[in-house]
Design a protein around this ligand. Sequence first.
Ligand SMILES: Cc1cc2nc3c(=O)[nH]c(=O)nc-3n(C[C@H](O)[C@H](O)[C@H](O)COP(=O)(O)OP(=O)(O)OC[C@H]3O[C@@H](n4cnc5c(N)ncnc54)[C@H](O)[C@@H]3O)c2cc1C
Length: 454
Amino acid sequence: MRIVIIGNGVAGMEAAIAVREAEASWQITVISEESDHFFSRTALMWVCCGQMSHRDIEPFERDAYARFGFRRVRARAVGVDTRGHRVLLAGGLSPVPYDRLLIASGSAPRRGPWPGSDAHGVGHFVTMQDLSWYENEIHGGASRGGPPPRATAHLSATTADSPYQFREPGAELHGRVASKPAVIGGGLIGIEAAEVAVAAGLRPAFFIREEWFWPIALEPREAQWIGKRMGEHGVEVHLNHEVESLEVDPIGAVSAVKTNHGPYEADCVVIAIGVVPNTGWLANSDIERDERGGIVVDEALQTSAEDVLAAGDCASVRWFDGSRRPEQLWYTARDQGRIAGRGLLGNRSSYARGTWYNSAKLMDIEYTTAGLVNFDLERETNWFFEETGKVRSTTRVVSQDDRVVGFNMLGRRWDHTVLIKWIEERRSLSWVLPRLHQAAFDTELVPPLQAPGV
Ligand SMILES: Cc1cc2nc3c(=O)[nH]c(=O)nc-3n(C[C@H](O)[C@H](O)[C@H](O)COP(=O)(O)OP(=O)(O)OC[C@H]3O[C@@H](n4cnc5c(N)ncnc54)[C@H](O)[C@@H]3O)c2cc1C
C-alpha cells in the first residue's frame, strides 16, 4: 500500500505516525515544500525573539523520518491527478503515485490588497520562509542558532504563488537592518509580529482597522488593557486606521504606510490580515473546494475524490452550527490528522470537534478562552470583573439563557479542562461563580481572585 501525505505539519505528521503504528510495511511518503523537518508553527515567534533556536521548535529528533521509515520528498506539489492517482510536482519532477492520499497543506497568509504590498521589505509571519525574511529584516540574519536564512530557505523548483517563497528584505537593499517596522492587522499573528520587533529593541507601529484590538475574541475593556500594555512596551497602536497603500522608495523598498490618517514612515512591513486555506495549487485538480478555498470534506475527512482525504487548516469541516469552514488551530489540526490517519488505514471514523479552547500570551498578559465567546452577540450576556490591584486581570463568563457557554480570561492562568467541563455540564452562572477558584491555575504565590460572588 502506498500512502502519500502532502504536508509535514502537525496534521500530516500525526496521520503519518498513526499509519506507521498500525502498518509497519506500508510505504509512507511525506511531501513538503516548506521545510525538511516538522516544526511547531505556533513557536515561530520565540525563534524570531531569539529565545529559541530553529532546532528547538522541532518536536522530533532529526532522524525521525529514518526511524519511522518515511520517505521524504522536499518539493512543491502543483496538482493531483485523481484519475491517475498521482501527485504532480513542480520543476518537472516525476509525479508521485498513491493508493491513498492525504492533503494537509495548511494555511497561507492573506496577501495585502494594497499597491506596494509586494515591495522589498514587505512580508508576512506565517511560514518558515517568512521567519527567515523577518529575521533578516530585524536582525540581519538568524536570531539564534539557525541556518543562514538565504541558503536553505526555499526551493528553486517552485511557483510564483507559493507562500514558501523567500521575500527580499528591504534591509538588504539599504545595507542595514530595519529601524522602523510596521505591522498591519490586529489579530494574534499581528501582535506576535509586533512583539518580535519589541524584543529587538524597536518601536513598531501597529495599524488596526477596527475600533479595538482583536474584536472577534475580545470585548472593548479587555482590548483596551492589551492596547495600553502594548503601548507601555513601545508599540505605537493606531486604531481605526485603514491602510490605503504602501509607499516605495526609488530603490524598490517600502518607505511608508499610507493610511486614512496620513502616511507613517516604515522600512519593514508585516502584513498580518489573516490566513486562507493553502489550496491555490489545487486549482486545476477536480477536488471540491468551498468559496474560501477550503477542501470540502465529510465527517471522516474524505474529499470529493476517491482515496483522497484532507486534514488540518486546509480542510473545510462542518461546524456545530451547521456552517462549513476550516478550523485554523494547532490542536484541531492534530486531532484531524489522527482521524485522517485512520482513514488512510481504511477505517472510517468521524471527526467531531469538542468544546473550543485556546490559550496564548498577549505581550505579557496570560490569555485563556473556552467555549463560545463573542459568537452570538445578541443572545450573549457577559459577567465581567476587572481587578487592578497587585494582580491585573479580567474575568468574563458568557451565558446564554442562564447557561454558561464561554469564558474569556486575561491576566490570570486558568485550567481550561475545568472550564470546559462546566460548559458541557450546562452549568448556570450562579453555580459557576462560587466554584471559579477550582479552575484557578496560578502559581501558589499569586493571591486568589476576589470578586463579588466568586
Ligand atoms: C505565527 C502563528 C502563531 C500561531 N499560534 C497559534 C496558537 O497560539 N494556537 C493555535 O492553536 N494555533 C496557532 N497557530 C495556527 C497553527 O499553527 C495552525 O493551525 C497549524 O500549524 C496547522 O497545521 P497543519 O498541519 O494543518 O498545516 P501547516 O502547519 O501549515 O503545514 C502545512 C504543510 O503543507 C506543506 N505544503 C503546503 N502546500 C504544499 C505544496 N503545494 N506542496 C508541498 N507541500 C506543501 C508545507 O510544506 C507544510 O509542511 C498559529 C499560526 C501562526 C502562523
